[in-house]
Write a protein that binds this ligand. Structure first.
Ligand SMILES: [Fe+2]
Ligand SMILES: [Fe+2]
Length: 305
């Protein structure tokens, strides 16, 4: 595909949060399982699974070149939730080379899910490598960098292992690198717009600071995240070459009217980026232009490092 002739259309989705009532009532004597059950009940009120088919169709109608899902496919990482995700998202998963999926903290929710690499068992084929970090090229000069700061256990806080950051630095600064358009995919944001800072108080990335410092050195890039169920496209003061994107949660029951559910359509021309939010409003789908920048990406390969 020549980028001169038509834009690369990337669809960015996050935080679908499939949920299932799949617990044996006898197990509820366990305090931990009781906690999981109450989480599922809360999520069941919050996420409208009956809308997923409409979201799947809307994305396909845009004829995307690639679909990127940045985690939290599930609620408690139960096999039944992963199976539901595989089944319901099936139309997006026909060609594994055209869909990339990274885990969110809810996809590692239990020790068992983490130990068994349950996310990878179900969705491993939608990543180019079994361990992080990795790079996946979408065309000759566009690549997704996959990061995984998720941890097992009931905490919603993440931490990017020091070794993973070290490998990432090597991967991106490696000799002969020709990534002109870099898309960092990571479930956790490192910087959020001021109205959403409160959302991160108990579920932040613990070592966001060191990742943030490194990101500020790598030149223009998109940072595709999720985790906070709100939509944004903003350039952080501390990482002025970054366009940070969060699509929000596509099935969210938005009681406030401030967080309409949907996904992002990212169009990349030669140097330019356009981001549209496809949002489900009371009357149906609407498109809100979120960001438009000419000459965002450099003309020639190579980032400062
Ligand atoms: Fe989430
Ligand atoms: Fe999350």
């Amino acid at each position: 595909m020549s980028l001169d002739s038509h834009p690369l259309r990337l669809i960015h989705v996050s935080d679908i949060h499939f949920w299932r009532y799949a617990l044996n009532p006898l197990q509820l004597f366990s305090k931990r399982l009781l906690g999981m059950a109450s989480l599922v009940v809360r999520r069941a009120r919050k996420f409208r699974l009956e809308r997923v088919e409409e979201v799947v169709e809307r994305v396909l109608s845009l004829n995307p070149d690639h679909i990127l899902i940045t985690g939290d496919l599930t609620t408690t990482a139960l096999p039944a939730e992963f199976r539901a995700a595989l089944r319901e998202l099936g139309p997006w998963l026909q060609e594994p080379e055209k869909t990339t999926i990274i885990p969110g903290n809810h996809d590692r929710y239990t020790m068992g899910a983490h130990r068994d690499r349950r996310f990878e068992q179900y969705f491993g084929e939608f990543a180019p490598a079994p361990t992080y970090p990795w790079l996946r090229f979408l065309d000759a000069d566009t690549a997704i960098l996959g990061l995984d700061p998720t941890r097992p256990g009931l905490t919603a806080q993440g931490r990017l292992p020091e070794g993973q950051l070290e490998l990432t630095r090597e991967l991106i600064a490696g000799p002969g690198r020709t990534i002109r358009r870099l898309i960092v995919a990571c479930h956790y944001p490192v910087e959020v717009p001021p109205p959403y800072r409160q959302d991160l108080v108990s579920k932040n990335l613990i070592n966001a600071e060191s990742l943030s410092r490194w990101l500020a050195t790598i030149g223009p890039h998109l940072y595709c995240c999720g985790h906070v169920h709100a939509t944004w496209a903003f350039v952080p003061d501390r990482i002025p070459d970054q366009l940070c994107l969060n699509p929000g949660a596509p099935l969210l029951r938005d009681r406030t009217g401030l967080r309409p559910p949907g996904f992002l359509e990212i169009l990349m021309m030669e140097h330019d980026v356009i981001v549209n939010h496809h949002a489900w409003m009371s009357e149906g789908w609407e498109i809100f232009p979120l960001y438009r920048a000419g000459s965002f990406f450099p003309a020639t390969s190579g980032f400062a490092s």
